[in-house]
Ligand binder design. Sequence first.
Ligand code: CDP
Length: 212
Amino acid sequence: MIIAIDGPTASGKGTVAAGVAKHFGLKRLDTGSLYRAVGLALLDARVDLADEARAVAAARALDLNAIDEARIRTSQAGAAASKVAAIPGVRAALLQAQRAFAADPAGAVLDGRDIGTVICPDAEVKLFVTASLQARARRRFGELRGRGEPVTFEQVEAQIAERDARDTNRTDAPLLKAADAHLLDTTDLSIEAAVEAALRIVEAARLRRGAT
Ligand code: CDP
């Protein structure tokens, strides 16, 4: 069973993906981490984020098993990720690795922006997780402050709005709810309630498909 989970930044999709993967004993790929790692590689090399050739080379050279989890989680790496993610050559270079991950016979959970639309259009279950801009900014602000990043709420809200615009308006694989995706709005849900709601959607979809 492949479960595709998409949604905008700080919507709770990562938490939902982790909870669903744990519940069903499936492995999970946070595809945003791939774009973050490519963005970070360019930042480290002090290369312009719009340098297509260097960005594509970094994407081709990416080792999924050697991603520095701590360093890719900064807001700087997130912003860099959404810039390199708009480069079609970068997306093409990362496509096969994501499909290979999803091809595991046991199934998998993948979360990102284009899983249900481009990477795994035939996924058995698709979720589109979203929340209001205010709620997402509050969550991301708490996360970043918890990690000691000196940001204000207004800065975080502006960054999220900018990232939404870039992810939604790019021409290649924009952030988009697949027609057959189930919408999960987590604005007023706790983490537990969001995961519970996702599990109910997945279970219902499996039953409809006749899975046991
Ligand atoms: O954690 P957060 O939601 O802030 O971002 P992320 O999921 O780590 O993704 C970082 C950036 O990578 C996004 O803003 C997208 O531009 C890009 N991305 C993408 O284009 N396609 C994906 N499947 C996943 C992420």
